[in-house]
Design a binder for this molecule. Structure first.
Ligand SMILES: NC(=O)c1ccc[n+]([C@@H]2O[C@H](COP(=O)([O-])OP(=O)(O)OC[C@H]3O[C@@H](n4cnc5c(N)ncnc54)[C@H](O)[C@@H]3O)[C@@H](O)[C@H]2O)c1
Ligand SMILES: [Fe+2]
Length: 382
């Protein structure tokens, strides 16, 4: 008993959610506000709405030089904008890229002794990364092209505003990629080593919401009810993985994404069925005596309303659920269908397996893996 750790479930970020929740920006009245975003989002009506809601701020400065998959240069430029303006609060508007940049800038500014009394308020415009509630920022090293996951409680936003209006203009492909990322967060968190009753509840609900809403958002971006639920689902999945961890879908996806230009969520959609099958013991278990991890997947399948005669078939039903979702979202089932050159990928497998093995998400996977296992999985997705 004496050696048991004290488990913690972290709920730092206040969530303001639902239609018109952008009004919550009024909490920054009287303060100097730096908005961190990208050039595209800065040109959209959403930014116009943000300016309107910040009308009571003492001064507003916009840094819009964030690029997708931000690197250290974007963070340095953001920090320069911070130091030149001296804000009391940061607002991040955009997908994971502006949010992660703002988180890294905030952390560096605090380390340099700058106070930020108004904190960091995040407005996600994709329903995917969960970055609005996590202490991670994924920054790319421009020399090695590898993604560096930075972790610090100093990067947890004080507030996230989940207004469906902010995501309403997202095109179908972005909706699908981000949505499959959120689905993969819930699925990985549910079986991850750190999973617990609290993260399970959020992962289950996130998947049920995505089941009901994601394809609707993909088919009709103006379906505001579906947008609202999918936006909430992505954040729930974010809280789940912030507390439970992830697994090798993410390790492999990070490694592949560093060398081949395929969207993160798209890669996860290709990897999920293969990884679920592997983690479940390659379905070599007996129908009435399945392993603990396979049992977890079967429980998740049940919570999604799937039914089957045996637990083994429930795991297969979960794999089928992912495959059906992927098809409905018009996403590829293999890397070559996703535009990756077969020969170039085959040559890269040993390096990718080694990179994925060293990724910090690997330690959260419910099943221990070797580099050889990861290479085998990579061969299955070509
Ligand atoms: N911090 C975390 O916990 C975490 C988790 C997963 C991924 N990430 C990181 O997040 C980044 C990816 O973020 P992302 O997928 O949300 O996209 P993104 O921020 O990289 O944006 C991708 C593109 O979509 C556009 N876009 C964003 N919102 C839009 C909208 N509503 N309508 C139209 N266009 C829009 C952007 O302008 C950009 O061109 C990667 O760098 C990834 O590594 C971070
Ligand atoms: Fe992800």
């Amino acid at each position: 008993m004496g050696n048991l750790p004290v488990y913690r479930f972290q709920l730092t970020t206040t969530l303001c959610y639902g239609p018109d929740s952008l009004k919550a920006l009024g909490t920054l009245d009287g303060q100097r506000v730096l908005v961190v975003t990208d050039e595209f989002m800065n040109s959209t009506p959403v930014m116009g709405r943000v300016r309107t809601e910040l009308a009571g701020a003492a001064a507003v400065e916009v840094f819009d030089q964030v690029k997708p998959n931000p690197d250290l240069t974007a963070v340095t430029e953001g920090l320069r904008a911070f130091l030149a303006f001296g804000p009391e609060a940061i607002v991040a508007l955009g997908g994971g890229s502006p949010i992660d940049t703002a988180k890294a800038v905030r952390k560096l500014a605090l380390e340099m002794g700058h106070d930020l009394p108004g904190g960091l308020i995040v407005i996600p415009t994709t329903s995917g990364t969960g970055s609005e509630v996590t202490s991670f920022a994924v920054i790319t090293d421009p020399h090695t092209h590898t993604k560096l996951p930075l972790t610090s409680v100093a990067m947890l936003p004080e507030m996230a505003i989940l207004d469906p209006e902010a995501v309403g203009i997202a095109p179908p492909r972005l909706t699908a990629d981000a949505g499959m990322d959120a689905v993969s967060h819930a699925l990985e968190a549910y079986v991850a080593k750190g999973s617990n009753d609290f993260s399970d509840a959020l992962a289950e609900k996130a998947l049920r919401l995505a089941d009901a809403s994601l394809v609707r958002c993909f088919r009709d971006g103006g379906d505001s009810e579906a947008r609202e639920h999918q936006h909430n689902a992505a954040t729930m999945a974010g809280i789940a993985f912030q507390n439970a961890g992830l697994g090798i879908v993410h390790s492999l996806s990070h490694a592949i994404g560093g060398s081949f230009r395929v969207a993160h969520g798209r890669l996860n959609g290709i990897l999920l069925p293969v990884v679920i099958t592997f983690n479940a013991g390659d379905l070599g278990f007996r129908p009435h005596d399945i392993g603990a991890v396979a049992g977890r997947y079967a429980a998740l399948a049940k919570s999604l309303g799937l039914s089957a005669s045996t637990e083994r078939n429930l795991v297969l039903a979960l794999v089928g659920w992912v495959e059906k979702l992927r098809k409905e979202l018009d996403m590829p089932a293999t890397l070559t269908a996703g535009g990756v050159d077969r020969a170039a990928f085959a040559a890269a497998i040993p390096t990718l397996a080694a990179t994925a093995h060293g990724d910090f998400c690997t330690s959260g996977n419910p099943v221990a893996v070797t580099e050889g296992d990861l290479a085998t999985l990579l061969k299955r997705i070509v």
